[in-house]
Write a new protein. Structure first.
Ligand SMILES: Nc1ncnc2c1ncn2[C@@H]1O[C@H](COP(=O)(O)OP(=O)(O)OP(=O)(O)O)[C@@H](O)[C@H]1O
Ligand code: SF4
Ligand SMILES: [Mg+2]
Length: 317
């Protein structure tokens, strides 16, 4: 059943005070996410991934378009926004800045439990220990401060805090990017494991195809949304996207992916030009080797191919 739906959603920012610049962090994005689904949001830095997460958390009000959560129109329904505070939880990229340095781990974990589950005393203590066990941490950690833990341990604390209220949706925004390589696999394994045990929708945000591929394998298949310059450019299962990318930007990502032996997947990425995000037409038109006149004028329409969706003039547009 559908839990999240975005219809033609746009988030526009104005940057600079003297030299004002309009930025579309998200532009006309429509997507649907089901209950208990695993989803990957793939895109490079500045693509709009964190803005999308903030929209889903109802922290960012869209400039236009609609966000429906469990069928309720979030920006017309205050109760829906309140529901989201509990049901949609977030894991930050930087595990240390997500925690208050002056509070013990036990104290940081108690706050959402007291607020949303109204537990106190012994029930609160045992809930905290149960959570620490669930994320593979020793109970003795409750009295420590964030500065006394490793990056991997801190991210586990953040995960414990996020799942403490039994959310329906967990969004992990580049959760392993700032961690040492040795901790990364463990964190993804933990998230995949928790998703299965808790029947959550898990949204993995990453710029790294290797992470997307591993996550996909661990969760047994994940739907993926590829975004570029605030536009959703391709949608399909991660395995299909890696096997046969349709959009030129996805082709670029897949070809420039470095495998476990340190080799590029293919040298096709060398065909792509350097360039920025184009504000007119297809956002990829400055870098795309297949660019034609239409690509500079207008963003292409979405085309469905074998259950996938792509926005590119190579497929009709
Ligand atoms: N509050 C804001 N005010 C102005 N511009 C913003 C704001 N938030 C984001 N942006 C701009 O919107 C675009 C998308 O930003 P966003 O943080 O969503 O990208 P991202 O995909 O998460 O990038 P990264 O991988 O670096 O985290 C960027 O150009 C960014 O500079
Ligand atoms: S729409 Fe045009 S510029 Fe954009 S990816 Fe497709 S071919 Fe390239
Ligand atoms: Mg981000």
């Amino acid at each position: 059943m559908e839990i999240i739906r975005l219809d033609d959603l746009t988030v526009r920012f104005t940057q600079g005070s003297f030299n004002k610049r309009i930025i579309y962090a998200l532009r006309d994005v429509s997507l649907s996410i089901n209950e208990n689904e695993a989803v990957t949001i793939l895109g490079e830095s500045g693509a709009g991934k964190t803005t999308l997460a903030r929209v889903l958390l109802a922290l960012e009000k869209p400039t236009s378009g609609k966000y429906l959560f469990m069928g309720r129109n979030v920006w017309k329904d205050r109760k829906a926004r309140k529901l989201i505070r509990k049901e949609v939880q977030y894991i930050y990229q930087d595990p240390i800045s997500a925690l208050n340095p002056s509070k013990t781990i036990g104290s940081s974990l108690s706050y959402p439990i007291k607020k949303h589950l109204k537990l106190k005393g012994e029930a609160l203590r045992s809930k905290i220990f149960e959570l620490l066990n669930a994320v593979g941490l020793d109970e003795s950690i409750v009295d420590r401060y964030p500065s006394q833990l490793s990056g991997g341990q801190l991210q586990r604390v953040n995960i414990a805090r996020a799942i403490s209220v039994n959310p329906k949706v967990l969004i992990a925004d580049e959760p392993v990017t700032m961690l040492d390589a040795s901790y990364r696999i463990g964190i993804i394994d933990l998230l995949a494991d928790l998703k299965k045990k808790m029947n959550m929708t898990l949204v993995m945000i990453t710029h790294d195809l290797a992470i997307a591929k591993y996550f996909d394998y661990k969760v047994g298949g994940s739907k993926s949304f590829v975004i570029y310059g605030g536009r959703l450019v391709e949608e399909g299962y991660v395995s299909d996207i890696i096997k046969s990318p349709l959009h030129p930007y996805t082709k670029f990502l897949v070809s420039s992916y470095i495998d476990i032996n340190g080799n590029y997947n293919s040298l096709e990425f060398l065909k792509y030009k350097e360039g920025g995000i184009s504000s007119q037409g297809c956002p990829f038109n400055e870098r795309c080797p297949y660019v034609k006149d239409a690509c500079i004028k207008e963003f292409p329409r979405y085309t469905s191919i074998d259950g996938r969706k792509v926005a590119c003039y190579l497929y009709g547009g």
